[in-house]
Design a binder for this molecule. Structure first.
Ligand code: PLP
Length: 467
Protein backbone atom coordinates (compact mmCIF):
# COMPACT_ATOMS: atom_id res chain seq x y z
CA UNK A 1 0.00 0.00 0.00
CA UNK A 2 1.42 3.38 -0.94
CA UNK A 3 1.15 6.39 1.33
CA UNK A 4 -1.19 8.04 -1.19
CA UNK A 5 -3.46 5.04 -1.33
CA UNK A 6 -4.37 5.40 2.34
CA UNK A 7 -4.64 9.18 2.58
CA UNK A 8 -7.75 11.03 3.64
CA UNK A 9 -8.51 14.47 2.25
CA UNK A 10 -10.02 16.45 5.13
CA UNK A 11 -11.25 19.26 2.88
CA UNK A 12 -13.43 17.07 0.63
CA UNK A 13 -16.57 17.56 2.69
CA UNK A 14 -16.30 21.32 2.22
CA UNK A 15 -17.02 20.79 -1.49
CA UNK A 16 -20.54 19.62 -0.70
CA UNK A 17 -23.73 21.49 0.10
CA UNK A 18 -25.25 21.38 3.55
CA UNK A 19 -22.05 21.31 5.57
CA UNK A 20 -23.16 24.18 7.83
CA UNK A 21 -26.53 22.69 8.72
CA UNK A 22 -27.60 21.78 12.26
CA UNK A 23 -30.30 19.24 13.05
CA UNK A 24 -32.27 18.78 16.26
CA UNK A 25 -31.58 15.86 18.59
CA UNK A 26 -33.86 14.28 21.15
CA UNK A 27 -32.01 15.87 24.08
CA UNK A 28 -32.87 19.38 22.82
CA UNK A 29 -29.43 20.12 21.40
CA UNK A 30 -28.49 20.40 17.75
CA UNK A 31 -25.57 19.03 15.77
CA UNK A 32 -24.03 18.86 12.31
CA UNK A 33 -25.70 15.85 10.64
CA UNK A 34 -23.53 12.86 9.81
CA UNK A 35 -24.47 11.32 6.49
CA UNK A 36 -23.58 7.64 6.25
CA UNK A 37 -26.18 7.03 3.55
CA UNK A 38 -24.27 8.01 0.43
CA UNK A 39 -25.21 4.78 -1.34
CA UNK A 40 -28.83 5.93 -1.38
CA UNK A 41 -28.24 9.48 -2.55
CA UNK A 42 -25.56 12.13 -2.32
CA UNK A 43 -25.73 15.83 -1.55
CA UNK A 44 -24.98 18.18 -4.43
CA UNK A 45 -21.43 19.35 -4.95
CA UNK A 46 -21.23 23.10 -4.43
CA UNK A 47 -19.75 23.39 -7.93
CA UNK A 48 -22.88 21.74 -9.32
CA UNK A 49 -25.11 24.25 -7.57
CA UNK A 50 -23.07 27.15 -8.90
CA UNK A 51 -23.31 25.84 -12.46
CA UNK A 52 -27.03 25.14 -12.16
CA UNK A 53 -27.66 28.59 -10.69
CA UNK A 54 -25.73 30.18 -13.57
CA UNK A 55 -27.62 28.12 -16.14
CA UNK A 56 -31.11 28.67 -14.71
CA UNK A 57 -31.24 32.31 -15.80
CA UNK A 58 -30.78 31.11 -19.36
CA UNK A 59 -32.99 28.06 -19.06
CA UNK A 60 -35.22 27.33 -22.02
CA UNK A 61 -36.54 24.27 -23.77
CA UNK A 62 -34.02 22.60 -26.07
CA UNK A 63 -33.99 21.79 -29.80
CA UNK A 64 -36.13 23.47 -32.45
CA UNK A 65 -36.53 26.75 -30.47
CA UNK A 66 -35.47 29.77 -32.50
CA UNK A 67 -34.66 32.08 -29.60
CA UNK A 68 -31.20 32.76 -28.20
CA UNK A 69 -31.93 31.03 -24.89
CA UNK A 70 -33.24 27.94 -26.62
CA UNK A 71 -30.09 27.76 -28.72
CA UNK A 72 -28.01 28.27 -25.61
CA UNK A 73 -29.88 25.54 -23.72
CA UNK A 74 -29.52 23.18 -26.68
CA UNK A 75 -25.79 23.85 -26.77
CA UNK A 76 -25.53 23.25 -22.99
CA UNK A 77 -27.56 20.03 -23.21
CA UNK A 78 -25.42 18.63 -26.01
CA UNK A 79 -22.24 19.73 -24.20
CA UNK A 80 -23.50 17.80 -21.17
CA UNK A 81 -23.90 14.75 -23.39
CA UNK A 82 -20.30 15.09 -24.55
CA UNK A 83 -19.03 15.43 -20.96
CA UNK A 84 -20.96 12.37 -19.79
CA UNK A 85 -19.89 10.34 -22.82
CA UNK A 86 -16.21 11.20 -22.33
CA UNK A 87 -16.53 10.40 -18.62
CA UNK A 88 -17.18 6.73 -19.43
CA UNK A 89 -14.94 6.57 -22.51
CA UNK A 90 -17.74 6.56 -25.11
CA UNK A 91 -16.64 6.55 -28.77
CA UNK A 92 -18.67 8.77 -31.14
CA UNK A 93 -19.24 6.18 -33.84
CA UNK A 94 -19.86 3.26 -31.50
CA UNK A 95 -21.84 4.68 -28.60
CA UNK A 96 -24.72 6.92 -27.75
CA UNK A 97 -25.53 8.74 -24.51
CA UNK A 98 -29.22 8.77 -23.63
CA UNK A 99 -30.37 11.03 -20.81
CA UNK A 100 -33.24 10.02 -18.54
CA UNK A 101 -34.15 10.15 -14.87
CA UNK A 102 -32.11 7.38 -13.27
CA UNK A 103 -30.56 3.92 -13.37
CA UNK A 104 -33.92 2.17 -12.96
CA UNK A 105 -35.26 3.92 -16.04
CA UNK A 106 -32.06 3.15 -17.97
CA UNK A 107 -32.15 -0.58 -17.27
CA UNK A 108 -35.88 -0.81 -18.02
CA UNK A 109 -35.30 1.02 -21.29
CA UNK A 110 -32.53 -1.36 -22.28
CA UNK A 111 -34.71 -4.34 -21.40
CA UNK A 112 -37.42 -3.09 -23.73
CA UNK A 113 -35.07 -1.99 -26.51
CA UNK A 114 -32.98 -5.14 -26.85
CA UNK A 115 -35.85 -6.93 -28.62
CA UNK A 116 -35.52 -10.27 -26.87
CA UNK A 117 -36.93 -13.34 -28.63
CA UNK A 118 -38.66 -16.25 -26.91
CA UNK A 119 -35.95 -18.56 -25.56
CA UNK A 120 -33.40 -15.76 -25.08
CA UNK A 121 -31.59 -15.90 -21.77
CA UNK A 122 -30.32 -13.09 -19.59
CA UNK A 123 -27.74 -14.05 -17.00
CA UNK A 124 -27.80 -11.87 -13.94
CA UNK A 125 -26.43 -12.34 -10.44
CA UNK A 126 -27.68 -12.76 -6.87
CA UNK A 127 -25.99 -9.47 -5.98
CA UNK A 128 -28.26 -7.21 -7.96
CA UNK A 129 -30.35 -4.27 -6.90
CA UNK A 130 -33.96 -4.87 -8.02
CA UNK A 131 -33.35 -2.33 -10.81
CA UNK A 132 -30.98 -4.81 -12.47
CA UNK A 133 -33.14 -7.86 -11.82
CA UNK A 134 -36.85 -7.14 -12.23
CA UNK A 135 -36.68 -5.60 -15.74
CA UNK A 136 -35.03 -8.76 -17.11
CA UNK A 137 -37.69 -10.99 -15.54
CA UNK A 138 -40.25 -9.28 -17.77
CA UNK A 139 -38.49 -9.77 -21.09
CA UNK A 140 -36.35 -12.92 -21.02
CA UNK A 141 -35.58 -16.17 -19.28
CA UNK A 142 -33.48 -15.07 -16.35
CA UNK A 143 -30.89 -17.14 -14.54
CA UNK A 144 -28.74 -16.01 -11.64
CA UNK A 145 -25.08 -16.54 -10.94
CA UNK A 146 -24.51 -17.17 -7.25
CA UNK A 147 -22.30 -15.49 -4.70
CA UNK A 148 -20.28 -16.89 -1.80
CA UNK A 149 -20.92 -16.42 1.93
CA UNK A 150 -19.20 -13.04 1.87
CA UNK A 151 -21.39 -11.85 -0.98
CA UNK A 152 -18.63 -12.05 -3.62
CA UNK A 153 -19.73 -13.00 -7.11
CA UNK A 154 -18.89 -16.59 -8.05
CA UNK A 155 -17.17 -15.83 -11.36
CA UNK A 156 -16.74 -19.52 -12.18
CA UNK A 157 -20.52 -19.87 -11.95
CA UNK A 158 -21.00 -16.94 -14.36
CA UNK A 159 -18.63 -18.68 -16.80
CA UNK A 160 -20.48 -21.97 -16.35
CA UNK A 161 -23.88 -20.36 -17.01
CA UNK A 162 -22.57 -18.55 -20.07
CA UNK A 163 -21.27 -21.84 -21.46
CA UNK A 164 -24.46 -23.68 -20.57
CA UNK A 165 -26.63 -21.12 -22.37
CA UNK A 166 -24.19 -20.33 -25.19
CA UNK A 167 -26.18 -19.36 -28.28
CA UNK A 168 -29.21 -18.34 -26.20
CA UNK A 169 -27.50 -16.03 -23.70
CA UNK A 170 -28.07 -12.52 -25.07
CA UNK A 171 -26.98 -10.48 -22.09
CA UNK A 172 -25.02 -10.58 -18.87
CA UNK A 173 -26.54 -8.03 -16.46
CA UNK A 174 -24.18 -7.35 -13.59
CA UNK A 175 -23.57 -4.71 -10.99
CA UNK A 176 -20.41 -2.64 -11.20
CA UNK A 177 -20.46 -2.23 -7.41
CA UNK A 178 -22.82 -3.67 -4.82
CA UNK A 179 -25.07 -1.28 -2.92
CA UNK A 180 -25.09 -3.78 -0.02
CA UNK A 181 -21.53 -5.05 0.47
CA UNK A 182 -19.51 -2.69 -1.72
CA UNK A 183 -18.20 -5.73 -3.63
CA UNK A 184 -16.64 -4.77 -6.98
CA UNK A 185 -16.95 -7.48 -9.62
CA UNK A 186 -14.29 -7.38 -12.34
CA UNK A 187 -16.67 -6.22 -15.06
CA UNK A 188 -14.13 -6.27 -17.88
CA UNK A 189 -13.17 -9.85 -17.13
CA UNK A 190 -16.87 -10.76 -17.08
CA UNK A 191 -17.36 -8.86 -20.34
CA UNK A 192 -14.72 -11.00 -22.05
CA UNK A 193 -16.48 -14.15 -20.81
CA UNK A 194 -19.83 -12.89 -22.11
CA UNK A 195 -18.47 -11.86 -25.51
CA UNK A 196 -16.79 -15.21 -25.86
CA UNK A 197 -20.23 -16.85 -26.18
CA UNK A 198 -21.76 -14.03 -28.21
CA UNK A 199 -23.57 -12.33 -25.33
CA UNK A 200 -23.45 -8.63 -24.47
CA UNK A 201 -22.95 -7.09 -21.03
CA UNK A 202 -24.71 -4.28 -19.19
CA UNK A 203 -23.14 -2.84 -16.07
CA UNK A 204 -25.34 -1.27 -13.42
CA UNK A 205 -22.86 1.46 -12.54
CA UNK A 206 -25.09 3.36 -10.09
CA UNK A 207 -22.69 2.66 -7.23
CA UNK A 208 -19.52 2.48 -9.27
CA UNK A 209 -19.27 5.82 -11.05
CA UNK A 210 -19.27 8.01 -7.92
CA UNK A 211 -16.17 6.17 -6.68
CA UNK A 212 -14.15 4.79 -9.60
CA UNK A 213 -13.27 5.76 -13.15
CA UNK A 214 -14.86 3.48 -15.73
CA UNK A 215 -14.09 2.97 -19.42
CA UNK A 216 -16.78 1.42 -21.59
CA UNK A 217 -14.05 0.39 -24.06
CA UNK A 218 -13.77 0.00 -27.80
CA UNK A 219 -16.24 -2.48 -29.28
CA UNK A 220 -13.32 -4.34 -30.87
CA UNK A 221 -11.83 -5.04 -27.44
CA UNK A 222 -13.26 -8.34 -26.12
CA UNK A 223 -13.35 -6.80 -22.63
CA UNK A 224 -15.48 -3.81 -23.65
CA UNK A 225 -18.76 -3.09 -21.89
CA UNK A 226 -21.84 -2.83 -24.09
CA UNK A 227 -24.02 -0.67 -21.82
CA UNK A 228 -23.56 1.35 -18.63
CA UNK A 229 -26.36 2.84 -16.53
CA UNK A 230 -26.07 5.38 -13.72
CA UNK A 231 -27.90 8.10 -11.77
CA UNK A 232 -26.96 11.73 -11.14
CA UNK A 233 -28.39 11.74 -7.63
CA UNK A 234 -25.74 9.22 -6.54
CA UNK A 235 -23.09 11.29 -8.30
CA UNK A 236 -23.50 14.50 -6.28
CA UNK A 237 -26.01 15.93 -8.79
CA UNK A 238 -29.51 15.30 -7.40
CA UNK A 239 -31.38 17.11 -10.17
CA UNK A 240 -33.32 14.18 -11.61
CA UNK A 241 -31.02 13.10 -14.40
CA UNK A 242 -29.19 9.87 -15.18
CA UNK A 243 -27.71 8.24 -18.24
CA UNK A 244 -27.75 5.09 -20.32
CA UNK A 245 -24.57 4.89 -22.37
CA UNK A 246 -24.34 2.06 -24.83
CA UNK A 247 -23.97 0.62 -28.29
CA UNK A 248 -25.30 2.98 -30.93
CA UNK A 249 -26.42 0.05 -33.12
CA UNK A 250 -28.92 -1.14 -30.49
CA UNK A 251 -30.60 2.26 -30.26
CA UNK A 252 -30.43 2.92 -34.00
CA UNK A 253 -32.71 -0.07 -34.57
CA UNK A 254 -36.38 -0.60 -33.86
CA UNK A 255 -39.11 1.56 -32.41
CA UNK A 256 -38.46 3.35 -29.13
CA UNK A 257 -40.23 2.06 -26.03
CA UNK A 258 -41.64 5.51 -25.20
CA UNK A 259 -42.88 7.48 -28.17
CA UNK A 260 -43.81 11.10 -28.76
CA UNK A 261 -42.22 14.43 -29.60
CA UNK A 262 -38.49 14.39 -30.18
CA UNK A 263 -38.32 10.71 -31.12
CA UNK A 264 -39.21 11.17 -34.77
CA UNK A 265 -37.77 12.48 -38.03
CA UNK A 266 -41.11 12.58 -39.84
CA UNK A 267 -44.71 11.64 -39.09
CA UNK A 268 -47.47 11.26 -41.68
CA UNK A 269 -51.02 10.09 -40.94
CA UNK A 270 -49.87 6.56 -41.82
CA UNK A 271 -46.15 6.38 -41.12
CA UNK A 272 -43.47 7.29 -38.63
CA UNK A 273 -39.79 7.69 -39.38
CA UNK A 274 -37.84 7.47 -36.19
CA UNK A 275 -35.06 9.90 -35.37
CA UNK A 276 -31.43 8.83 -35.05
CA UNK A 277 -29.99 7.84 -31.68
CA UNK A 278 -30.07 9.29 -29.07
CA UNK A 279 -33.12 11.45 -29.95
CA UNK A 280 -35.14 8.31 -30.75
CA UNK A 281 -34.92 7.31 -27.10
CA UNK A 282 -35.48 10.69 -25.47
CA UNK A 283 -39.23 11.18 -25.77
CA UNK A 284 -40.69 14.50 -24.67
CA UNK A 285 -38.97 17.55 -23.26
CA UNK A 286 -35.76 16.45 -21.55
CA UNK A 287 -34.51 17.44 -18.13
CA UNK A 288 -31.98 19.98 -19.38
CA UNK A 289 -31.13 21.28 -15.90
CA UNK A 290 -30.53 17.73 -14.70
CA UNK A 291 -28.23 16.96 -17.62
CA UNK A 292 -26.24 20.15 -17.04
CA UNK A 293 -26.01 19.31 -13.33
CA UNK A 294 -24.85 15.78 -14.08
CA UNK A 295 -22.14 17.09 -16.41
CA UNK A 296 -21.05 19.68 -13.83
CA UNK A 297 -20.67 16.91 -11.25
CA UNK A 298 -18.63 14.81 -13.65
CA UNK A 299 -16.31 17.73 -14.38
CA UNK A 300 -15.82 18.43 -10.68
CA UNK A 301 -15.16 14.77 -9.83
CA UNK A 302 -12.66 14.57 -12.69
CA UNK A 303 -10.97 17.71 -11.36
CA UNK A 304 -10.71 16.15 -7.89
CA UNK A 305 -9.48 12.90 -9.45
CA UNK A 306 -10.72 9.37 -8.88
CA UNK A 307 -7.38 8.24 -7.44
CA UNK A 308 -7.81 10.74 -4.60
CA UNK A 309 -11.50 9.92 -4.16
CA UNK A 310 -10.80 6.18 -3.98
CA UNK A 311 -7.88 6.70 -1.58
CA UNK A 312 -9.97 8.89 0.73
CA UNK A 313 -12.83 6.42 0.82
CA UNK A 314 -10.57 3.38 1.22
CA UNK A 315 -8.86 4.93 4.24
CA UNK A 316 -12.22 5.69 5.87
CA UNK A 317 -13.61 2.25 4.97
CA UNK A 318 -10.62 0.52 6.57
CA UNK A 319 -11.04 2.63 9.70
CA UNK A 320 -14.76 1.94 9.92
CA UNK A 321 -14.25 -1.81 9.48
CA UNK A 322 -11.67 -1.77 12.26
CA UNK A 323 -13.91 0.22 14.58
CA UNK A 324 -17.02 -1.88 13.95
CA UNK A 325 -15.20 -5.11 14.68
CA UNK A 326 -14.02 -3.78 18.06
CA UNK A 327 -17.62 -3.34 19.22
CA UNK A 328 -18.88 -6.55 20.76
CA UNK A 329 -22.28 -7.50 19.41
CA UNK A 330 -21.71 -5.89 16.02
CA UNK A 331 -21.54 -8.36 13.15
CA UNK A 332 -20.20 -7.10 9.86
CA UNK A 333 -21.34 -8.86 6.65
CA UNK A 334 -19.45 -9.12 3.38
CA UNK A 335 -15.70 -8.65 3.29
CA UNK A 336 -14.62 -7.68 6.82
CA UNK A 337 -10.95 -7.11 6.15
CA UNK A 338 -9.66 -3.53 6.49
CA UNK A 339 -6.68 -4.61 4.36
CA UNK A 340 -8.90 -5.03 1.30
CA UNK A 341 -10.62 -1.65 1.62
CA UNK A 342 -9.10 -0.49 -1.66
CA UNK A 343 -10.70 -3.34 -3.59
CA UNK A 344 -14.25 -2.51 -2.53
CA UNK A 345 -16.58 0.43 -2.02
CA UNK A 346 -17.27 2.07 1.34
CA UNK A 347 -20.61 0.35 1.78
CA UNK A 348 -20.71 -1.76 4.94
CA UNK A 349 -23.69 -3.86 6.07
CA UNK A 350 -23.90 -5.00 9.67
CA UNK A 351 -26.21 -6.14 12.45
CA UNK A 352 -26.21 -5.28 16.15
CA UNK A 353 -26.68 -8.27 18.46
CA UNK A 354 -30.39 -8.84 19.04
CA UNK A 355 -31.51 -5.31 18.17
CA UNK A 356 -33.93 -4.66 15.31
CA UNK A 357 -31.98 -2.76 12.59
CA UNK A 358 -34.81 -0.20 12.46
CA UNK A 359 -34.39 0.50 16.16
CA UNK A 360 -30.66 1.02 15.76
CA UNK A 361 -31.32 3.33 12.81
CA UNK A 362 -33.82 5.36 14.83
CA UNK A 363 -31.48 5.75 17.80
CA UNK A 364 -28.61 6.79 15.54
CA UNK A 365 -30.83 9.40 13.94
CA UNK A 366 -32.70 10.83 16.93
CA UNK A 367 -29.97 10.66 19.59
CA UNK A 368 -26.85 11.14 17.49
CA UNK A 369 -27.85 12.85 14.23
CA UNK A 370 -26.37 10.01 12.18
CA UNK A 371 -28.13 8.84 8.99
CA UNK A 372 -27.82 5.19 7.90
CA UNK A 373 -30.21 2.87 6.07
CA UNK A 374 -31.90 -0.27 7.37
CA UNK A 375 -33.61 -3.20 5.69
CA UNK A 376 -32.79 -5.08 2.51
CA UNK A 377 -31.71 -2.13 0.32
CA UNK A 378 -33.79 -3.12 -2.74
CA UNK A 379 -31.67 -6.26 -3.01
CA UNK A 380 -33.83 -8.74 -1.12
CA UNK A 381 -32.36 -12.00 -2.49
CA UNK A 382 -28.81 -10.81 -1.81
CA UNK A 383 -29.53 -9.75 1.76
CA UNK A 384 -31.42 -12.99 2.40
CA UNK A 385 -28.36 -14.88 1.14
CA UNK A 386 -26.00 -12.85 3.36
CA UNK A 387 -28.02 -13.34 6.53
CA UNK A 388 -28.94 -16.93 5.67
CA UNK A 389 -32.65 -16.28 5.98
CA UNK A 390 -34.78 -17.07 2.97
CA UNK A 391 -38.06 -15.13 2.72
CA UNK A 392 -41.31 -16.93 2.00
CA UNK A 393 -44.00 -15.19 -0.07
CA UNK A 394 -46.78 -13.78 2.08
CA UNK A 395 -44.64 -13.84 5.22
CA UNK A 396 -43.01 -10.92 7.02
CA UNK A 397 -39.93 -9.60 5.31
CA UNK A 398 -36.75 -10.41 7.26
CA UNK A 399 -35.74 -7.26 9.15
CA UNK A 400 -32.49 -7.14 7.21
CA UNK A 401 -29.35 -5.23 8.08
CA UNK A 402 -28.02 -1.77 8.81
CA UNK A 403 -25.92 -0.16 6.10
CA UNK A 404 -23.32 2.57 6.54
CA UNK A 405 -22.11 4.04 3.27
CA UNK A 406 -19.36 6.57 2.77
CA UNK A 407 -18.64 9.24 0.23
CA UNK A 408 -16.89 12.52 -0.37
CA UNK A 409 -18.66 14.17 2.56
CA UNK A 410 -17.42 11.60 5.09
CA UNK A 411 -14.69 12.63 7.53
CA UNK A 412 -12.55 10.73 10.02
CA UNK A 413 -14.48 12.46 12.80
CA UNK A 414 -17.74 11.08 11.34
CA UNK A 415 -16.37 7.54 11.59
CA UNK A 416 -15.25 8.07 15.18
CA UNK A 417 -18.58 9.63 16.21
CA UNK A 418 -20.44 6.77 14.56
CA UNK A 419 -18.34 4.12 16.31
CA UNK A 420 -18.84 5.88 19.65
CA UNK A 421 -22.61 6.04 19.11
CA UNK A 422 -22.81 2.35 18.24
CA UNK A 423 -20.75 1.45 21.28
CA UNK A 424 -23.23 3.34 23.46
CA UNK A 425 -26.21 1.69 21.76
CA UNK A 426 -24.73 -1.77 22.22
CA UNK A 427 -24.20 -0.77 25.87
CA UNK A 428 -27.99 -0.76 26.09
CA UNK A 429 -28.55 2.75 27.43
CA UNK A 430 -31.48 3.38 25.06
CA UNK A 431 -33.45 0.19 25.28
CA UNK A 432 -37.07 0.71 26.26
CA UNK A 433 -37.13 4.40 25.34
CA UNK A 434 -38.22 3.74 21.79
CA UNK A 435 -41.57 2.41 20.57
CA UNK A 436 -42.45 0.86 17.24
CA UNK A 437 -45.00 2.81 15.19
CA UNK A 438 -46.66 0.14 13.05
CA UNK A 439 -48.25 2.63 10.64
CA UNK A 440 -44.95 4.35 9.96
CA UNK A 441 -43.01 1.07 10.07
CA UNK A 442 -40.38 2.80 12.17
CA UNK A 443 -39.24 3.29 15.76
CA UNK A 444 -39.48 6.64 17.52
CA UNK A 445 -38.54 7.83 21.00
CA UNK A 446 -41.63 7.51 23.21
CA UNK A 447 -41.49 11.22 24.07
CA UNK A 448 -40.14 12.95 20.95
CA UNK A 449 -40.38 13.10 17.19
CA UNK A 450 -38.15 15.16 14.95
CA UNK A 451 -40.05 18.13 13.54
CA UNK A 452 -38.54 18.44 10.10
CA UNK A 453 -40.68 21.48 9.27
CA UNK A 454 -38.53 23.59 11.57
CA UNK A 455 -35.75 23.08 9.03
CA UNK A 456 -37.70 23.15 5.77
CA UNK A 457 -41.28 23.31 4.65
CA UNK A 458 -43.24 24.68 1.72
CA UNK A 459 -45.35 26.52 4.24
CA UNK A 460 -48.42 24.35 3.76
CA UNK A 461 -49.93 22.80 6.83
CA UNK A 462 -49.23 19.05 6.83
CA UNK A 463 -52.40 17.29 5.71
CA UNK A 464 -53.30 13.65 5.31
CA UNK A 465 -55.38 14.32 2.19
CA UNK A 466 -55.57 16.85 -0.64
CA UNK A 467 -59.04 18.04 0.37
C1 PLP B 1 -26.65 -0.76 -7.43
C2 PLP B 1 -27.87 0.07 -7.70
N1 PLP B 1 -28.50 -0.06 -8.86
C3 PLP B 1 -29.57 0.65 -9.18
C4 PLP B 1 -30.10 1.54 -8.28
C5 PLP B 1 -31.32 2.31 -8.66
O1 PLP B 1 -30.97 3.65 -8.79
P1 PLP B 1 -32.11 4.73 -9.03
O2 PLP B 1 -33.01 4.66 -7.84
O3 PLP B 1 -31.36 6.02 -9.12
O4 PLP B 1 -32.80 4.37 -10.28
C6 PLP B 1 -29.50 1.71 -7.04
C7 PLP B 1 -30.08 2.63 -6.04
O5 PLP B 1 -29.87 2.51 -4.87
C8 PLP B 1 -28.35 0.97 -6.75
O6 PLP B 1 -27.72 1.10 -5.58
Amino acid sequence: MTQFATATFPHFHEMLSGQDLRIPLRDGTTRRPINLDHAASTPPLRAVRVTVERFLDWYSSVHRGTGFTSQLATQAYEEARTVVGRFVGARDRQHTVIFGPNTTWALNKLARRMAFAPGDVVISTTLEHHANDLPWRQVANLVYARCDNQGRLDVAHVAELLQRYAGRARLLAVTGGSNVTGHLPDVHYLAALAHDVGAQIVVDAAQLVPHRAIDIGDLRDPAHLDYIAFSGHKLYAPYGSGALVGRRDTFAAGAPDVVGGGTVRLVTPDHVEWAEAPARDEAGTPNVVGAVALAAAVLELERIGFAAIAAHEAALTARLLERLQCISGVQVYGDKSPASAQQRLGVIPFAVADLDPRLVGAILSCDYGIAVRCGAFCAHPYVQRLIGQEAVCGSEQPSGLIRASLGLATTTADIEDFAAALTAIVGGSHRGDYLFDGAAGAYYPHDWRPDVTTAFSLGVAAASSYA
